[in-house]
Design a protein around this ligand. Structure first.
Ligand code: 4NP
Length: 179
């Protein structure tokens, strides 16, 4: 956080309707509580539509609010999910300082997208190191991934929030310690 520009954090999952909008909202909540909102640029995105080949199968996810089950679980913890889904885009690698993937497949897909975009129009600086696994910031949980809750029951949504609360605290502490 050396410059005056707000520190950019982008959370990424598959559809951008469950895990990453929750990560965005939980991180925003914690940042606000610590009075640090003006120092951060926080957003979320999905990998499902990162290049044209997958456009048709993902069209319905673009511009959707978060999943109703995810929103209901989050609001019980005082966290309001307001974001509208969008796919990750080439300029995200310029705009954001950290790109947090919810699982290993998301991370691999983000890096695949980066490789394609970098080939088409090379970035000024190599941004691959910006991509990290969200759970690498967990301090209370052993999990290495935030599991996809979409096809499961209510416990999956609670698990997502448990992991995200832990990881977001660790993430904010890590960013602030480096500033
Ligand atoms: P997310 O969950 O990646 O956490 O937003 C999913 C949302 C939608 C689908 C899968 C996972 N889907 O297959 O449509």
């Amino acid at each position: 956080m050396a410059s005056n520009r707000p520190f950019g954090v982008l959370f990424v999952c598959l559809g951008n309707i469950c895990r990453s909008p929750s990560a965005e909202a939980v991180f925003r909540y914690i940042v606000e509580k610590r009075g640090l909102s003006s120092r951060f640029n926080i957003d979320s995105a999905g990998t499902i539509d990162y290049h044209e080949a997958s456009f048709s199968r993902s069209l319905w996810l673009i511009g959707d609010p978060a999943d109703a089950r995810m929103k209901a679980a989050a609001i019980k913890r005082g966290v309001l999910l307001t974001s509208i889904s969008r796919p990750i885009k080439p300029s995200d690698f310029d705009e954001f300082d950290l790109i947090l993937a919810m699982d290993k497949k998301n991370k691999a897909d983000i890096l695949k997208a980066y490789t394609i975009w970098n080939k088409n129009q090379p970035y000024d600086v190599d941004s691959r190191d910006k991509v990290k696994l969200m759970c690498s910031y967990c301090r209370k949980n052993e999990a290495t991934e935030v599991p996809d809750p979409y096809y499961g029951g209510p416990a999956g949504f609670e698990k997502v929030l448990d992991l995200l609360e832990d990881a977001c605290e660790g993430l904010l502490d890590s960013i602030m310690a480096a500033s």
